[in-house]
Design a protein around this ligand. Structure first.
Ligand SMILES: Nc1ncnc2c1ncn2[C@@H]1O[C@H](COP(=O)(O)OP(=O)(O)OP(=O)(O)O)[C@@H](O)[C@H]1O
Length: 296
């Protein structure tokens, strides 16, 4: 992915009002082809609303939105076949069996196959990719929460999408399933050149998976950059702690390496118990959200 790759998603001044409540007040961002972008924000910030507008499931109040070169409000079936959607939770299809449902849903995509995009995804390899082989013949209502979530992801992938929307994909997954899901996402963007926009409350997950992180708060995107860029924005920078002649010291600095060099230059072996704590994405995120809350 480079900054010259074509744009898959373009959002400019998106506004959403529910009754008298302005949830989105001018959201602006882009996602390039092949990028994984994580959308973060507190509960109720409007992440699901944003994603649903992009999917064409929700009519926006104002603003310009283009998804794979179309306005989602007017997207046709061919356009829709190029998107994959994993909503927060599906609670339907209980009587179907896993393999049977995926084969059935996949059949809807067959007419939209092109030489460049084979559609649908082969059922058995999809079941394997999401780690459901052992459960492929089970009725869906008998799946555990985590198995159900894997199936949700498979449903989002069955059409072999170019662009995948994942709304809290790992909520309820155990650590092993979460790790497997992360590997799957990496394969999707690597081998399949998929573009992914995901929401999550897990900052470590965002940092690990996403090329770029967007923070939505107060109805606007208040940060847009790599995890490292966002961490650098943190006021005060890294925290350095040390002990000198039995006394404990703490300072915050943006230049922790230079600071530590000077500390040793001045005090040498008298410096003990040195700790350097890098400003984390979590620090930045919490500071940004608190700033927005204070400004209300
Ligand atoms: N159909 C609706 N009618 C009225 N208000 C709505 C509707 N859908 C969402 N909202 C409100 O809009 C706000 C944003 O909701 P949304 O689900 O988009 O947030 P979110 O960032 O995805 O939250 P979470 O992290 O809790 O999933 C909330 O205050 C919610 O109550």
């Amino acid at each position: 992915m480079t900054t010259t790759d074509p744009v898959a998603v373009e959002v400019d001044g998106l506004r959403m009002r529910y009754g008298a409540d302005d949830v989105l007040r001018g959201v602006t961002f882009q996602v390039r082809r092949g990028e994984i972008v994580a959308l973060l924000g507190p509960n109720g910030a409007g992440k699901t609303t944003t994603i649903e507008v992009l999917e064409g499931f929700r009519a926006r109040s104002a603003g310009r939105v283009r998804v794979l070169d179309a306005d989602p409000a007017h997207g046709d079936e061919r356009w829709r076949s190029r998107l994959g959607v994993v909503l927060q939770s599906w609670r339907d299809h209980g009587k179907w069996r896993v393999r049977e449902l995926l084969a059935h849903l996949g059949s809807y995509y067959a007419p939209y196959a092109t030489p460049a995009s084979r559609r649908p995804w082969d059922t058995d390899s999809l079941v394997r990719a999401v780690g459901l082989t052992e459960h492929a013949d089970k009725k869906i209502r008998t799946l555990s929460g985590g198995q159900r979530r894997r199936l949700d992801v498979a449903i989002g992938l069955v059409g072999g999408p170019e662009l995948l929307f994942l709304d809290e994909p790992t909520a309820g997954l155990d650590p092993q399933a979460r790790l497997e899901f992360h590997r799957l996402v990496e394969r999707l963007t690597g081998d399949h050149r998929m573009t992914i926009l995901l929401t999550t409350h897990d900052l470590a997950e965002a940092e690990k998976l996403a090329d770029r992180i967007l923070v939505l708060s107060g109805g606007r995107i208040v940060a847009d950059g790599t995890a490292a860029e966002l961490s650098e924005r943190m006021a005060g920078g890294d925290e350095v702690r040390w002990t000198l002649h039995g006394r404990r010291f703490t300072t915050s600095t943006r230049e922790s390496t230079a600071f530590v060099r000077e500390l040793f230059g001045e005090h040498g072996a008298a410096v003990a118990d040195l700790e350097v704590r890098r400003a984390s994405l979590e620090d930045t995120y919490m500071a940004l959200v608190r700033e927005q809350e204070a400004a209300r």
